[in-house]
Design a protein around this ligand. Sequence first.
Ligand code: FE2
Length: 357
Amino acid sequence: MGQEGFSANSALLYHRHSPSALAAIEPIEGGGPSTGPATPDHPLTPRHLRTGELAGATDLVMGRHRLLANDDVAICFASASETSPLYRNAAGDEVIYVHEGDAVLESVFGAMAVSAGDYVVVPAGTTHRWVVVGSAVSVLVIEARGHVSVPDRYLSATGQFLEHAPFCERDLRAPSEPLLADGTDVEVVVANRAGRSRHVHRHHPFDVVGWDGALYPWAMNIEDFEPIVGSLHQPPPVHQTFQGSGFVVCSFVPRLFDFHPDAVKVPYHHANVDSDEVLFYAAGNFMSRAGSGIDVGSISYHPAGFVHGPQPGSIEASLDVDRTEEVAVMVDTFAPLGVTDAARSVSADGYPFTWAR
Ligand SMILES: [Fe+2]
């Protein structure tokens, strides 16, 4: 498999059987909650989405709740108690952020154990499934239309992480041993830009005895993201973790607050002129948002055109505090996001007016 017409990263996979041997094809109508339409956020409304109010656990593929989406990216939330179907998303890469619980990503590249705080990058076209370990796992899913990579500016011309990057090769994990399974007439959910289909493969897709190349699923934990701090405010790009086509992903991790004696420690009011901002609050306490109702598991959606900042009182509350323990994942999109019915159904009443209290 190769990206961009085999002019970018690729991998050679050594199958026991023809991966083309299909026994049946059928459409998946409706396609599950991940495929609902997203409509413009009109009138312009900042939102607090309470993910805990979304319908309960199924699996990490068919149980995704699509919340915010545009032509570049869809942001979904899912909780699962059971193994997903085999799945191959040919429309783009996926970044799965594991919020709670443990899972194993089984794929044609092998198995990889993941747990809370892990970012898992699944390249487009990878046949895989999610096995839940324990009782439940919940995840934030970033479905790209295109490829996701680490920011170019973190890498040397030949692809090594530079020393100023907030993470490096040592933090990255990949599947190791081959994962082989026997079986005939095995169903695989296949997504492409036209929708979802069900393919029945004559042979189990997990028949890869080995592979080599530079294209494979990988993971890193958000705790291995080393924050860059300064005596005065560091702008959002210091938190960047991934780049995609039309969006970026940033990690906010426990760190020292700005240490100039006169520094305003909480992020001051700002306007994202060219992007919509989505923030998933993963762990810790969110001092700058105290009084807003934002808590662990919340998603805030601050569209372009809305100037946002700390809640009233949080600047004063930060004066004697040296560090923040927050863990949060941010997705900034360059094109406006649409809002789905699922997102509207869990939007907290009154959130847009919490700064005026
Ligand atoms: Fe912001």
